[in-house]
Design a protein around this ligand. Structure first.
Ligand code: ZN
Length: 943
C-alpha cells in the first residue's frame, strides 16, 4: 500500500475515533484465499502432499515427512516409544542400511541438523533441508525414497535398537533441568483428565531402557499409516515431476488393516481453581501465573477471515497490556521484574486455549505480584485502553505488514515448508503474503478501539471455573512458599482492589532537539574486490557502503572507533562490564518514552566496548534508515540518564547472579569462561559486590570519552538502502558529528590463554551429569583465509568422528560437538584453536574423556578421502549460502578488509575447492605438535 494512503487512512480513523462515526465492516465469513502456487493432493491410500516451487535459497529444495502421530498415541507402558521410533529412522531402513542415511545426507553436502526430526505430543516431523538441486535427479529422487522408507520401510533391527537406548537416555539426561522436572510433576495436576498430563515425548526411562523390540515394531505398524502422513516438497524443483514421483512411490503403500485411529485429545473444562504449586533447587526464577482456560480455535475456524480478525483483537489487547506491564516494571516498588499477558494453547494442548498472566518476581513477592498483575489487567478491562496506545499499536502493525511485503519475494524454503505442514496439522492459513497483508491491513484499519476494549473485557472472566493459579519457586532456605490459601487471598485482593484509570506521560518528545548542521563528503573511493564505496567525511570519519538486494527490507550497520577499555584502570573494571548494558543517546527521555517514540519504526542499535575499540551494531528497514542515523547521532552527542532503567538493569543482574548459583549448567559455563580467559581481571564474572561498585555517571563519562572523536570511527552500511538518499543522510547525521576531544587507541594487551590449564570440580545436582569442555590451541600459525578454511573443515571432521565413535558406537552421549576459532592480535599474532564439548552420565565420564582426546590426537590418521570430500561439499554449500543470502557475511568481510586488510571473500570458494587431504592433515599435525591444552570438567553427584 502506498504510504500516503496509509497516512490518509490513519487520519480517517482518527477523525472517526474522535467523532464516533461508524466504521467500515469487513466480511468475516469470507474464506482466506489459499496461495494457488501450492499444489495440494491426496492419494487413494489417504496420504496428503504439498508441493511448491520456490527459489530462495537459490537451487535448493526441502523434503519433509509430517505425521499426525506423537506421544499422545502411546499407552502408559509405551511412554517414550514415539520419540524412540523417530531416532530409529536414522538407524536402518529398506534402502539405507545401518547409518547409510547419514552417509547419504553428507553426500548431499548437508550439515548437522539439516537432516533431522522432532517428536511432539501430536506430531512427528522429519526434515531434509535445502538439498542443493545441483546434486542431480538421481539424488533428488533418493530424498523421496528416504521419506518413503521413513513412512513405511524401517528395519527396526534389534542390535540397532539396543544401541540407541543409551543415546535416548543421554538425551533425557541432557534435557533434565528444573523446568522439565516441574513439568513432570505438574502436568498431571494441570491436565487431570487428559493424556497431555502424562505424555512428555521424551517418555519414561524405565520404558526406554527396557521395552521389548516387538513393541516398537508394533507401534510403527499401528500408527505409521498413509492416512496420517503428509509429504511436503518445497524448492527449486519441477513440481509436476515431483507430483508424479510421489504418486508412483507413495501410492504403492497399502493402508494397513489394523491401523490405529487418531482422535484429538480433549481437555475438559473444570470447576473451581486448579493450583499448581512447586519448587526446585535448580530453578533460576521465581514465577507466578494465573490462567483462564477457554475454547481453542479449530482448523475449521482458521479458514475464515473472521479468525484473523478475532485474533487481531486479542493480540491488540494483549500487546497494549504488555506495554503497560513493561512500564510498571521500571518502578522500584514493583513486585515483579517482568510480567506479561498471553493468549495461546493451554500449555501443550492444541485443543484448549487459555488467556494468562505470568510474572517473574522478586524474592518472596509472588503473592503481591499475582495481585498487582491482576489489578493492572482489571484496569485495562474496566477502563479500556487509550486512543494513543491503540494508534501506536496500529502503526506497529502496519509497519510490520509493510516489512513482510518487502520480503515476499524471498521467502525461504524452510519457512514455506513449515507454513504448509502447519496447515496440514492445524489448519493455519497458507495464503500468499500479498493476500494476507491486504486482509490484515483491512482488519487493522477497520477495527475500532471500542472493539479492542470489549475484547479485553471478554478475556478476563470473573468466575473461578476454568481458572489455574501457579507458583513455581526456587527451593532455598530463605524463601517462602505461598500456600493455596495465600494465593487465593492474593487473587481476592486483586479482584477487590479499587481501580483508577491508567495515566501515562507521553510528552512531545524528540530524539534530537534540532537537526544538526550538515557536514560534507570530501572524498569517494571504490573497492573493487568487495564492491563497496568508501566515503571520507569532513570531520574525518569514514563511511563504507555496499548496496545489496539480498533482503529488500534490511540494512545492516556496524561502526568501530579507536579507544577501548585498556584506557582505564582496574578501578573501572565493573563500569567497563556495564558499558554495553546501559543506554545513553536519549535526549533526556526515558527508555520507555524512546520506545514509544519509535513505534512503527523498524530499527535497532546497540553498542559495546572491546580492548581497543568502541563499537556499534544495528539494523534498519530501508524506509527507517534516517531514524537509525538520528539514533547514531544522538548516541554521539546526547549522553543522558535514565536512572529507572539503570536501576532495573542492576536489579535484574543482581537477581540473575544470585539465582544462577542454583543452576549447575551456569556453574559449568561460568567456569569454562574464566578458565579459558586465564582468570584475566577484565574477564571476571559479575558479582553482587562488584555491582554495588558500578556508577552510572562514571559509565556515561567513559562512553562520552569513547564517542568524542568522530575521525576515529568507520561506519559500515550493507543492504538495500536507497542510493539517492544515503549520501545526504550521511552528510546530515555522520559528517556533522562534532569533535569534542581527540582519543588515542588503548594499549594492546594479550589476554589469551598461553599455557596448559585445568579446572576440575564436583557439583551436587538432582539428575547428575558430568560436563566437559576442551580446547587445543596454538600461536604458531598465521591468520589467513587458507588457515581459516582448513580449521573449519577439521572441526567438521572432528564432529563427524565424535558422532560416530562416542554417540553411534558407544551410545555414551546424545551430542558431542566440536568447533574452531581464529583470533587475531594487533601485531599479526594469532591464536588458532579447536574446542569440544560434551555432557554424559558421570560413570561414563572417564571413557568419554579418553575418546574425545584420542579422537583429536588420531584424527590425522582417521580422515578418509570420502569423509574429506563430503565435508568439503558441505563447506561449499554453506559458503554459497553465506555469500548469496547473508548481509551479515558482507558486513564482516568489509570490516575484516578495512580493519585487518584481509579479504575473506574473493578466494573463498577457490580456497575450499583447492584444499587437499594431505595439506589439511599436515596443517593439523603442525597444530597438534605445537598446541597447548585447556580442560574444564564438572563431575555431577547426587545431592
Ligand atoms: Zn531425540
Amino acid at each position: 500500500m502506498n504510504k500516503w494512503l496509509v497516512f490518509l487512512l490513519f487520519q480517517i480513523i482518527f477523525v472517526w475515533g474522535a467523532y464516533g462515526a461508524p466504521r467500515i465492516d469487513i466480511d468475516t465469513t469470507r474464506l482466506i484465499p489459499i496461495d494457488n502456487r501450492t499444489i495440494i493432493g491426496k492419494l487413494g491410500n489417504g496420504l496428503t502432499y504439498y508441493i511448491r516451487h520456490n527459489n530462495w535459497p537459490e537451487n535448493r529444495a526441502c523434503f519433509y515427512l509430517v505425521q499426525k502421530v506423537g506421544s499422545l498415541q502411546e499407552e502408559e507402558n509405551q511412554r517414550g516409544l514415539a520419540h524412540f521410533l523417530e531416532h530409529m529412522c536414522f538407524n536402518g531402513t529398506q534402502h539405507f542400511k545401518g547409518n547409510d542415511v547419514d552417509r547419504f545426507s553428507r553426500s548431499l553436502g548437508l550439515s548437522k541438523g539439516e537432516m533431522n526430526a522432532y517428536t511432539g505430543f501430536e506430531e512427528t516431523v522429519y526434515n531434509i533441508d535445502d538439498v542443493p538441486t545441483s546434486v542431480g535427479k538421481e539424488k533428488l529422487d533418493s530424498c523421496l525414497i528416504v521419506l518413503y522408507d521413513w513412512a513405511n520401510a524401517l528395519t527396526l533391527d534389534s542390535i540397532e535398537i539396543e544401541k540407541e537406548r543409551g543415546v535416548v537416555h543421554e538425551e533425557w539426561r541432557n534435557g533434565r533441568d528444573a523446568i522439565s522436572r516441574i513439568y513432570e510433576r505438574q502436568l498431571p495436576i494441570l491436565f487431570p483428565d487428559s493424556r497431555y498430563g502424562s505424555r512428555l515425548p521424551i517418555g519414561l526411562m524405565d520404558v526406554v531402557d527396557n521395552f521389548n523390540h516387538q513393541e516398537l515394531r508394533d507401534y510403527y505398524e499401528k500408527w505409521y499409516t498413509p492416512s496420517s502422513q503428509c509429504v511436503v516438497v518445497v524448492g527449486d524443483v519441477d513440481v509436476n515431476y515431483i507430483e508424479e514421483k510421489i504418486k508412483d512411490l507413495f501410492g504403492t503403500i497399502v493402508s494397513k488393516t489394523s491401523t490405529g485411529v487418531i482422535n484429538k485429545e480433549k481437555v475438559e473444562d473444570h470447576h473451581g481453581i486448579i493450583y499448581s504449586i512447586d519448587k526446585d533447587k535448580e530453578l533460576q526464577d521465581n514465577s507466578v501465573f494465573i490462567m483462564f482456560k477457554h475454547r481453542a480455535y479449530t482448523p475449521d475456524d482458521r479458514k475464515y477471515v473472521g479468525y484473523l480478525r478475532d485474533n487481531f483483537k486479542t493480540n491488540a489487547a494483549i500487546s497494549m497490556l504488555n506495554e503497560r506491564y513493561e512500564d510498571l516494571a521500571l518502578e522500584d516498588t514493583c513486585s515483579y521484574l517482568s510480567a506479561s499477558a498471553s493468549d495461546d494453547d493451554y500449555f501443550m494442548a492444541s485443543t484448549k486455549a487459555a488467556f494468562g498472566l505470568s510474572a517473574s518476581t522478586k524474592d518472596g513477592m509472588q503473592m503481591k505480584a499475582l495481585t498487582d498483575m491482576l489489578v493492572e489487567c482489571r484496569r485495562a478491562a474496566f477502563f479500556g485502553f487509550n486512543q494513543d496506545e491503540y494508534d501506536r499499536f496500529q502503526k506497529e502493525e502496519i509497519s510490520s505488514y509493510d516489512n513482510l511485503l518487502m520480503k515476499a519475494d524471498k521467502r525461504t524454503n524452510v519457512s514455506l515448508t513449515s507454513e504448509l505442514y502447519e496447515n496440514y496439522l492445524h489448519g493455519y492459513e497458507m495464503s500468499s503474503i500479498e493476500d494476507y497483508v491486504s486482509i490484515m491491513k483491512e482488519i487493522v484499519l477497520t477495527t475500532s478501539l471500542l472493539e479492542i476494549n470489549q475484547r479485553m473485557k471478554e478475556l478476563l472472566p470473573d468466575k473461578n471455573d476454568n481458572m489455574v493459579i501457579g507458583c513455581w519457586t526456587i527451593d532455598k532456605d530463605s524463601t517462602c512458599y505461598p500456600t493455596q490459601e495465600e494465593l487465593y487471598l492474593s487473587l481476592m485482593t486483586g479482584r477487590n482492589a479499587v481501580i483508577t484509570p491508567y495515566t501515562n506521560d507521553m510528552a512531545d518528545a524528540k530524539l534530537l532537539s534540532s537537526v544538526p548542521p550538515k557536514g560534507n563528503i570530501i572524498k569517494e573511493e571504490y573497492c573493487n574486490a568487495l564492491d563497496y564505496t568508501k566515503l571520507t567525511l569532513s570531520n574525518g570519519a569514514k563511511v563504507l557502503i555496499k548496496h545489496t538486494n539480498i533482503e529488500n527490507s534490511q540494512v545492516l550497520f556496524k561502526a568501530y572507533g579507536d579507544g577501548g577499555w585498556t584506557m582505564y584502570g582496574p578501578e573501572d573494571d565493573t563500569n567497563i562490564m556495564m558499558v554495553g548494558r546501559v543506554t545513553f543517546g536519549n535526549n533526556g527521555l526515558s527508555v520507555s518514552q524512546c520506545n514509544k517514540l519509535l513505534a512503527g519504526k523498524r530499527v535497532n542499535l546497540s553498542h559495546d566496548i572491546t580492548q581497543r575499540m568502541f563499537t556499534f551494531t544495528g539494523s534498519a528497514n530501508p524506509n527507517d534508515l534516517a531514524t537509525l542515523m538520528e539514533m547514531i547521532h544522538a548516541d554521539f552527542t546526547n549522553i543522558s540518564d535514565d536512572p529507572k532503567e539503570y536501576q532495573k538493569t542492576i536489579e535484574e543482574l543482581r537477581l540473575s547472579i544470585v539465582n544462577s548459583k542454583s543452576d549447575p549448567e551456569s556453574a559449568f559455563s561460568d567456569s569454562v569462561y574464566v578458565t579459558t580467559k586465564g582468570h584475566h581481571p577484565r574477564y571476571k564474572l559479575l558479582t553482587e559486590d562488584a555491582l554495588r561498585a558500578a556508577n552510572l555517571d562514571r559509565i556515561h563519562k567513559i562512553i562520552e570519552e569513547q564517542t568524542s572523536c568522530p575521525s576515529n570511527y568507520t561506519f559500515i552500511f550493507v543492504g538495500n538502502y536507497d542510493e539517492k538518499s544515503i549520501r545526504p543522510l550521511v552528510e546530515q547525521y555522520l559528517a556533522s558529528l562534532p569533535l569534542r576531544k581527540t582519543v588515542e587507541r588503548g594499549n594492546y594487551i594479550k589476554t589469551w590463554l598461553q599455557k596448559d590449564t585445568y579446572c576440575h570440580f564436583k557439583r551436587k545436582m538432582d539428575t547428575p551429569k558430568s560436563m566437559v569442555s576442551m580446547e587445543w590451541f596454538t600461536e604458531e600459525l598465521p591468520f589467513t583465509l587458507e588457515n581459516r578454511m582448513k580449521s573449519c573443515i577439521i572441526s567438521e571432521l572432528l564432529n563427524r568422528l565424535y558422532e560416530k565413535t562416542i554417540r553411534e558406537e558407544n551410545s555414551s552421549t546424545y551430542d558431542c560437538s566440536a568447533d574452531y576459532y581464529l583470533i587475531r592480535g594487533e601485531k599479526d599474532d594469532c591464536q588458532i584453536g579447536f574446542s569440544a564439548d560434551c555432557s554424559m552420565e558421570s560413570e561414563k565420564c572417564d571413557s568419554v574423556l579418553l575418546m574425545m582426546k584420542q579422537g583429536f590426537a588420531d584424527l590425522p590418521d582417521n580422515i578418509t578421502q570420502e569423509m574429506f570430500i563430503s565435508a568439503k561439499e558441505s563447506m561449499l554449500k554453506s559458503c554459497d549460502e553465506l555469500i548469496r543470502m547473508k548481509n551479515g557475511f558482507w558486513l564482516d568481510a568489509i570490516w575484516q578488509k578495512e580493519h585487518r586488510n584481509i579479504d575473506l571473500y574473493t578466494n573463498r570458494r577457490k580456497t575450499i575447492e583447492a584444499m587437499t587431504l594431505d595439506e589439511v592433515v599436515s596443517y593439523l599435525k603442525k597444530i597438534q605438535a605445537n598446541s597447548h591444552f585447556c580442560e574444564t570438567i564438572m563431575i555431577g553427584e547426587q545431592y
